[in-house]
Write a protein that binds this ligand. Structure first.
Ligand SMILES: [Zn+2]
Length: 138
């Protein structure tokens, strides 16, 4: 499906571990989950065994609001990593979530020219096999 927001890509370069499994399970269930430190009460990303703020390991998972601000974006027009050429173009973005965490993901192709600093919300891909959050205008 060339040039669409169809995101059926298993994260070929990502390793799903027991630490990150709740994140991927959440996405598959339509929830954006973040690891959360129960000692200093801060969410963080990427998933890890220790809080990057206080280095304690009392970690739980919270559901993110799904809203944030576009930090940066890029339109990918050349396939890489062995991906088929029909998957380009697609847009990727870094989003500063309202929870204070910066998260990578896809940007809806229709919103690929949104200005940096624009408010965005999470749009899950229609493909239930998607492993990536997809962002777009509110
Ligand atoms: Zn902490």
């Amino acid at each position: 499906m060339p040039g669409s927001d169809h995101v059926s890509l298993a994260p070929a370069s990502c390793t799903v571990s027991e630490v990150s499994q709740p994140y991927w399970d959440g996405l598959a269930a339509g929830h954006l989950r973040l690891p959360h430190c129960d000692d200093c009460h801060k969410p963080f990303f990427f998933p890890r065994r220790w809080c990057p703020s206080c280095w304690r390991s009392n970690i739980s998972w919270i559901d993110a609001s799904g809203y944030g601000t576009l930090y940066t974006r890029c339109l990918v027009e050349i396939p890489f990593d062995g991906r088929p050429t029909e998957e380009v173009p697609y847009a990727v973005a870094l989003v500063d979530l309202d929870e204070g965490v910066r998260l990578p993901g896809r940007l809806r192709l229709a919103d690929a020219t949104l200005p940096i600093g624009h408010r965005v919300r999470l749009h899950f891909a229609e493909d239930p096999a998607s492993y990536l959050p997809v962002w777009g205008r509110i």
